[in-house]
Design a protein around this ligand. Sequence first.
Ligand code: BG6
Length: 479
Amino acid sequence: TMNENTTIVVFGASGDLAKKKTYPALFGLYRNEFLPRNVHIVGYARTKMTLEEYRKRISSYIKIVTKPMEKQLEKFLELCTYVSGPYDEDSGYKELANHLNSIEGTTPFDRLFYMALPPNVFVEVSSHTKRLCYPQNGRAKLIVEKPFGSDLESSRALQKDLAPIWTEDELFRIDHYLGKEMVKNLLIVRFGNEFFNANWNKNHISNIQITFKETIGTEGRGGYFDPTGIIRDVMQNHLLQVLTMVAMERPISFSAEDIRDEKVRVLRAIPAINPGDVIIGQYVASEDGTKPGYKDDEGVPKDSRCPTFAGMALYIKNERWDGVPFILKAGKALDEQKTEIRIQFKDVSSGIFRDIPRNELVIRVQPDEAIYLKINAKLPGLTMNTALTELDLTYRRRFSDLKIPEAYESLILDALKGDHSNFVRDDELDASWRIFTPLLKYLDQNTDVVPSPYAYGSRGPAFLDSFVASYGYVRTQPG
Ligand code: BG6
């Protein structure tokens, strides 16, 4: 449940994440009256700014599309105040604490601390906060953002540093893919429909693909991206979370711990990825030369082996999934922007059909949320010819009057309510790094493993289709 007296403190309030995601999400919640009745929003960062400059900065990322929104934004900004100070000295936190005490007055308030910060200051800020800004008479919560380490050891080290300061119950680790409508929907679609539930296993499913494509490259941020690479950036976290939601067993209830218990269980059944099941790529300039290659990006070493594209197959060693490849693909600077889950069913047994396409269930996470099932039907007419067609649930058409919330809105609301279901638990994080760490080490250490080039704006490395086909994926007709 939500405490109607809550202060939200945004650390890193002048940074990119806060401007692009946190504040717009807070405004979205405010507008729809989802924030606590008595809420304060306090920004904290090193940058010295006047209140006016800070409010201007926040509003620059909030898109005003209707007249009433203008008024709402004005009201929202009135809730927002700012304190500047260092991250590594008591002084700033003392000032912050004084500010919090003065705006909260004598009423007990909960405090939700949102860390929109680079990982190297996580521990420092959270320990100062605990010591100097912890609420006197209310609950405290801490939202943290990835990266949670860069491999199993560093992730454990970070957890070890945080654990004595913040309890697991107070911590909310964001993986924003868990806040996306279609990812949350997986529990309902799978377990709320016997039609899908019954077929959701190795007896009927041939292979599953989870694909993440972006059309933009690193666009000047290559220096930050290079030590990370696409595998750490989106696969070990976002795509693995999606895989988990696709593959987990039915939880006993919708409670956070029941859900997360099942997620951990399925992760533990996944062996470390075999480097033989992996391809990597790095984009070069577009064919027409108008878009730069990855190595042209400022800050990227000329001999960088950083993957901006990767494809890999994972296996789940349990009764439901043994032998079914889960193919993850992710890349930047590709031909389209799309995240989707593609579940390909096995062939129908031969007999009356010589050659009939497979069923495919596609869950499009973004953009243009949809679920569609490719099915065979008789082509209308006087023959027995078949046609591959679709049962199509496109959200924009079916739910045209409903707004799909932003992932961050959904997650901040969950944190305010104290619901951990869509946040990453410590053992879950551990299990996910265990699957990826040997591969990451292998790629880091083997200098002869170099990513294959693909042109900016293309579909990816040339052998992508044969890679996917080697795991049993059969291309059906377009549609
Ligand atoms: C972030 C990655 O976690 O997710 C980015 O660091 C990526 O590189 C982004 O672009 C994708 O998120 P979304 O919600 O736009 O699909």
